[in-house]
Each structure stands twice: as structure tokens, then as C-alpha cells.
Ligand binder design. Structure first.
Ligand SMILES: [Fe+2]
Length: 206
């Protein structure tokens, strides 16, 4: 199969003033597109068409190291960004709801305490990477970070929410103030989607 950019269900200016229009457009049309292009190139060069995106991600180390690294970076980049766009919405639910809200209360006591823990994780990423809210193999919520474009799936973690903290995600507006970008995230994330992600993972038994 060859991979394509997902269609965005909102316009580039949908998240002003929290994420600026130019960043949204560049992030989607240049950065995400580059991961897709490089992924398609390695799929073509090594005849990997039979694999799904998830299969490529979790089996990247079955390939020759130089091929596996390209898959790890670019299949991860495509997965992570596709995931990123779909959990954001300008009219989204801005507080946890349903089963995921209960799980957050169980794990972190309150939404505010969860936010502090997540923000601290996102701030702690050295260089480029991601902060994630995941479900581990026991069904427990975990906040993790991943470097570069590493996808939580390669660590047996199922993501239900994730924040891109690469500079390309925020530098035009926030420059070196990554904490301000992270704080603005709560005005962007759609907890209705996170709840859907949570239920999908729990019901799948992964
Ligand atoms: Fe990104």
C-alpha cells in the first residue's frame, strides 16, 4: 500500500490563537508530508506493500538496520501525526469525559494534577519528541515520552492522547517558550476523541 496524508476536518486557522495558522499549514503540508513521502519511498524500494502502517512500526527491527531506522522514523512520523490531527478539534470537548475521565481520576486524582504531570513530561523531552497518555499492557494509564518520531506502539503502549513537542510544532509562535505551547494544548485537545480512543483500546483487549 502507499500512504497518504489524512484529510483534516478543520482549517489551518481553526486553532488560533493557540496554534497559529502558518504553523498548522507547514506542519501538515511540509513536515507530515515529508514523513509520508519518505515512508512511501522505503516501501517502494524494499517492496513492503503488504504491510500495514502498524505492522511496519512494531516490526521495524525485523528489517536490515538501515531500513528499519527509516521505517521507525517515517512510519512513526506518519502514525504520530495522523494521530495528532484527529485528537484536536476547534469545537472539541475541553475536559475529560466518561471512562477516560474516571481512569484519569483513579490514576492522578484530579484533572488538574494530571495536567501538571503531563505538562512536566512534555517539558522534560530533550530535543525533539512527544508526550503521550497511553494505556499499558495491564490496561493502566501511563504518561510517557518518546524521542524523535518513536511511536508508543513499539513500546507496547497504546496511545490515547499525544502532544508533538518538536520545535516545528510551535516555534513560529512560541519560539523557545515550549511550556506556553504545552499549556495552550488544553484549549485544542478534544477529550471526546480521547474518550473514543480509550474505549477502543480497552474494548480491543490490547
Ligand atoms: Fe510534528
Amino acid at each position: 500500500m502507499s500512504f497518504t496524508l489524512p484529510t483534516l476536518p478543520y482549517t489551518y486557522d481553526a486553532f488560533e490563537p493557540y496554534i497559529d495558522t502558518q504553523t498548522m499549514e507547514l506542519h501538515y503540508t511540509k513536515h507530515h508530508q515529508a514523513y509520508v513521502n519518505q515512508l512511501n519511498l522505503v516501501v517502494e524500494q524494499h517492496n513492503l506493500h503488504k504491510y500495514t502502517l502498524e505492522e511496519l512500526i512494531v516490526s521495524y527491527n525485523q528489517f536490515l538496520p538501515e531500513v528499519g531506522l527509516v521505517i521507525r522514523n517515517h512510519a512513526g512520523g506518519h502514525f504520530n501525526h495522523t494521530f495528532f490531527w484527529q485528537q484536536m478539534h476547534p469545537k472539541g470537548v475541553r475536559n475529560p469525559v466518561g471512562n477516560s475521565a474516571k481512569a484519569i481520576e483513579n490514576a492522578y486524582k484530579t484533572y488538574d494534577l494530571f495536567k501538571v504531570a503531563f505538562e512536566n513530561a512534555a517539558k522534560s523531552v530533550f530535543g525533539s519528541g512527544w508526550a503521550w497518555l497511553c494505556i499499558d499492557e495491564k490496561g493502566t494509564l501511563k504518561i510517557i515520552t518518546t524521542p524523535n518520531q518513536d511511536c508508543p506502539l513499539i513500546f507496547d503502549m497504546q496511545p490515547i492522547m499525544g502532544l508533538d513537542v518538536w520545535e516545528h510544532a510551535y516555534y513560529l509562535k512560541y519560539q523557545n517558550k515550549r511550556p506556553d505551547y504545552i499549556a495552550a494544548w488544553w484549549q485544542v485537545v478534544d477529550w471526546g476523541v480521547v474518550e473514543h480512543n480509550y474505549n477502543t483500546v480497552i474494548n480491543s483487549g490490547k
